[in-house]
Structures are given as C-alpha cells and as structure tokens.
Design a protein around this ligand. Sequence first.
Ligand code: ADP
Ligand code: SF4
Length: 688
Amino acid sequence: MARDPRFDILFEPVRIGPLTAKNRFYQVPHCNGMGWRDPQALAAMRGIKAEGGWAVVSTEECEIHPTSDITPYIELRLWDRRDLAALRLIVEAVHAHGALAAIELCHNGLNAANRYSRDIPLAPSCLPVLAGLDPVHAKAMDREDIRAFRAWHRRAVALALEVGFDIVYVYAGHGLSLIEQFLSARTNHRTDEYGGPLANRARLLREVLEETLELAEGRAAVAVRLSAAQHCGGGSLTLDEVAEVVAMLADLPDLWDFCLAGWESDSVSSRFAPEGYQESYLRRLKALTDKPVVGVGRYTSPDAMARIVREGIVDLVGAARPSIADPFLPRKIEEGRIETLRECIGCNICVVGDWTMAPIRCTQNPTMGEEGRRGWHPERLPPRQSRDRVLVVGGGPAGLECALALGKRGYEVTLAEAAPEVGGRVLREARLPGLASWLRVRDCRLQELQTLPQVELYPASVMSAEDVLAFGAEQVVLATGARWRDDGVGRHHTLPLLFETKLARLTPDDLMDGLRPEGDPVLLYDDDHGYMGSVLAELLCGEGREVILVIPAAEVASWTRNTMEQHRIQKRLLELGVRLELAKALLAVEDREAVVACVYTGREQRWEVGGLVLVTARLPRSELFAELCRDRERLERAGIRAVTVIGDAQNPATIAHAVYAGRRFAMELDADPEAVEAARFIRPVWRP
Ligand code: ADP
Ligand code: SF4
C-alpha cells in the first residue's frame, strides 16, 4: 500500500551537520541490559531498528573511562581500544541497513561508584555518589582532573570516529552525566571558573563540545543531549537556566537532543503521563536554535509525529520506547501499513531490564532482546514445518500472541475464548485507573489476526475437555490464565491465613468483576508489591471509599522501582489520603477485626475493618489441563499429539511474560530441539 500523504513530512531528509538523515525517525539512545556483556545481541537489536527504517540508530550511554563505571548496570564501554570490536559490530549492523549510527559518549561522574574499576569517583564537588546508597564520596575534581576528563573524552571521540560512528554525542542529560553535574548548581558547588554563575558552570560543556567538533571535522556530526529541566529537588536546573545555556551555544552543535532529568522524569509510564508531555519544554528550546532538534514523548501515533514536526516542536521525532515496541514503525508508516503498528503501551517493562541487569524485554514486542540470542525477527517468521492444526484455548495476551505468530507462520489455528471478547487480563486490567493504554496489547493483535484467513477466532466459547478432544487438532495450547488467590498466600505468608469472618475476601478478579467490599474502612492487603495493589487503592478511593493499605514492606509497590514508578505511586496514594501501614503483615481476620503485625518486631495490632481486599499471589487455571491429562490414551485416540500450557496458566507472571510465552511456543513448534536449546545461553563476552 502507498504511504498516506499526511505522513510525507516524516520522510523528508534532515541535514545534521555534514550528514543527512534519510527521514525524521530518530532512535535516541536507550539502555537494554545487553551492552558490553553481550554485544552481538545488542548489535542484532540495533540492526533490526535500522532495517525497520529509523534514519538514525543510537547506542545507549557508552562509558568513556573506568572512572565512569556504573557496575552492576550494563551499558557500553569505551574504556580502551579493546572495546572497539564490540562497537564496530553495532556500527556495521546499523550501516548494513543504510541508517546513521550515533554513539552516546558518557562520563557518569557522581553517578559512578566505580564498583568494578575501583577508581576514585569524580564529580564537580565532593558529594556522596548517587549510585545506590554506597557509602562512598566522589572526589571534587581539581583542574588536573578536568584536563584529564577532557583528554579522555577527546580520545573516546577519536576512537568512535575510527570505528565509523556518524554522530557523536556530548552527553549532558538525565542528571547522569558529569557535564550536566557541572551545569547544575545542585551538584556544582565550586568557586573557581567552573562554578558559580551559569556561564562558568557551562564552561566544561562548551570546552568538550568545541573539542568534539574539532575532532569530528566534518566527518561526523556532533549532538548535544541536554536535560530541558531537572526534576531532582532543590538547586536543580530550571527550564530558564537551560534556555540560557542553549542560547549561549545555540548553533554550535550540529544537533540538539533534549530530554528531562532524571531518567524517571523522561520515561514516565503511561499511568502517570500522556504521550507528548515534554512538548512545552521542547517548543521553548527549539525556538532558540536554528540547528535540528530531536525530542521524545513516547509518540506512537503517526498523526502526532507529523503534527510535532509541522508545528515546529522538533525536526526529528525521537523514540526509545516506541522503537522498542515496534522496530519497524517507520517502515510500516512508509508502506501504508499503520494498522500493523505495535504501539507502545507505556508499561516500562523495557526499563526493568536495565534495572535488573538482564537483557531488555518488551510487553508489545516479544522479539526485543531475542534478535541475537534466538534469532527472532519482529516481522519475519519461519514458515510452518508441518500441517498440524493448532487449537489455542484462551484469548489473553499469551493465546493471542501464540495464535498470531502461528498464523503468520502459516499454521491453521483456532482460538477459543470463554469470555464474549478476547483480551483476557489486559481487557480487564485496562479498565482500572491509569491502565487504559494496556488494551493496545489486545487491539493490535486482534487487528492483525482478523486479516489472517488461516486463524479462526471463537469468543464466547468455553472449552471443556470433551470439546477439546472432539475438536481434532494435533496441537492443543492451553493459555487459560490465572486467578488471584483469596487465602492470603503470597510472598510473606506461604501458607493460608486464618479468616474467621463473614467479611467477603475480595481479590483483584472480584473487583474487576465489579464486586465491592461491604463497608469502610477497607483493608487492602498488598503482598504482591507490583502495580495492582496501588491501582485498586486508587480505584476504591476514586469511589469515595476509605482505604487502609497494609504492606509487608517499607514502601508501597516496591517492584515498581524497576519501572521507575514507585515514587509516583507512593506520592499518588499519599495525596489520595490512603492510610499507608507499611512493614506490616496481615495475620488473621476475626469477625470484623483485622490482626496485623510489624514485620520486624512481630508486635500485633487489631483494627476494626468493614471490608477486605487481598492482593497476594495467583494460581494457574489448570483444571482443563488436569482433566485432559487424566487419560492419555484418550488424547491419542483424539489424534492430539501434544498439549502445552503457556503463559499465566503455566506460571503467573507479567503480561510481557505471557506474550513471550505465546511467541515462544509459536517459534519453537516443529523447530530443531538442538537449536532451541543452544539459544538458552548468552554467548560469552566478545573480546578481540
Ligand atoms: P495470559 O496472560 O496467560 O494470556 P489471561 O488470564 O490473560 O492469561 O487469559 C486467559 C484467558 O483464557 C481468559 O480470557 C479466560 O477467559 C480464557 N479461558 C480460561 N479457561 C478457558 C476455557 N476453558 N475455554 C476458553 N477460554 C478459557
Ligand atoms: Fe512500551 Fe512497555 Fe514495550 Fe517499554 S515494554 S516499549 S513501555 S510496550
């Protein structure tokens, strides 16, 4: 199909210094938990972005020196020449598809505890390092240190050029980089020519930028990544100050890349910020320079992308998450296939990889992080290897992805879903406060499924064992999901609690079904530590209910630190007036009295409650599997060769896990078992 002319503007070339980006799609730097540890996998991932049509594909931050070591987090390194081979892999993969390769050179300054290199952390002023709560201070850099840093940066630029990068970054963003720490009065308390007034604080940025431009000498473009504002507390850089810096350097760099600091303010989840919430910052800064500007905003709709270019908010549409969710986003728009876009849902599961030092995963794109290890491609799937027909029971994220990927491989698939609509948990959870965009997990798959003649969808079809046996498919996949427990078993208690009460023990499933606790106050016991407890507290507060949130941890929703939401969740609950009872576990409910105990001292308290909601653990819905497996001969007689359980029905986990399980079954059906097994392991670190 031809491209919609409304989007022509997105395919105009953009001059960046001595180079030309072939269109306006710019994959800004993003971490991925692969970095220096697994450069082949990283290069494969970046190469697929280039193949997907991004004009510029950037690396994540690349540490330029061992004094910038943020172990245990895994980014790229350019500590010395031995790192060049890994970087070359990335450049080659990006160039192979005609994109420009950008490298985000970075010194982490105060953010680097140097746990591996054991070098002395360096910062503008002597302050405790930001990484973790390490009891380590950074040394206040003297003039010699500043000279050394500039020399390291120059060396890194020269090496990056030698490897063939087209765009070299001077990084002053996200509060993470030394140069920005010099810019900000929050971290720069110096009284010499690098401290005090803004012009002094910006001295290092100017020096490094000028030196980088001199080295690039028209061979490569030089980008400055700058936080448009810092949201890090007292003394942070304001938009006014940043505007002053931009005005000072206006047309010096070849490209401005504006972000927000810290990272958690730049990559806000959809629960807390809409698409394009950075626009007011971008608009103000763009007006100060004639050089091209790239900015992000988790834009997933081509209309919004075309609008921000037309309105002069950016010249290049920056994307990290939208490019993760759909590496082929530009190509799909160009080829007029926007109905096949996998729009990012803003869940921030991709961010978890970085925080947990594991390869990146994405809810929408199960191939993310598996391009190198498993050889998965977001668009191309291997053709079927047999004529087996597949019955998928359950139309949640696992079942939908499984049916879609099998259908694309050419298998004949029937998907049966008990509910009147497919979607499973995303259909239900998307109705909860702040989670509406999660429905995209269902919508994009459903849209594509409806175009595949070899896949048949049967909603409102509860499948019994007899139905499955009578159906006559050779392969049966059970993606029947899970249900929340109502007996208190979770992480803290692994055995059921004592409930001697007539109060209903409601679970998240019950609340999603429309049931509500009898009276107030509602005791909401969250031993799940993810988003669900806080979302339900919000739901109940929004309906005027009085909520006591009991959590056997010192903060709410601890796991959501990994999605960079924890601080926002705690703030929201405090603002809503939820009574937070932290570091307490529910022990029992006797009549209308809840017994809770401090998790440290065991000291008990008793509170009168009017309702009870338990957000603890989940159990697979495994009845159908048990019934089918009761008599294996019966399966054989029915011609069923295999019954496979996937997703939450196997092990309840995230939506991303379920989607991945669906894709994995589809990819591994009839595959060579040895190849499948070999892909389990990350290849060893690649050094020359
Ligand atoms: P997952 O996250 O693993 O995809 P979900 O809970 O989202 O799991 O989806 C499971 C889906 O399976 C639900 O929509 C549920 O209605 C459906 N389901 C469960 N049992 C049956 C059954 N026996 N027949 C048809 N559909 C079923
Ligand atoms: Fe978007 Fe979620 Fe995928 Fe990240 S994990 S790119 S936020 S859909």
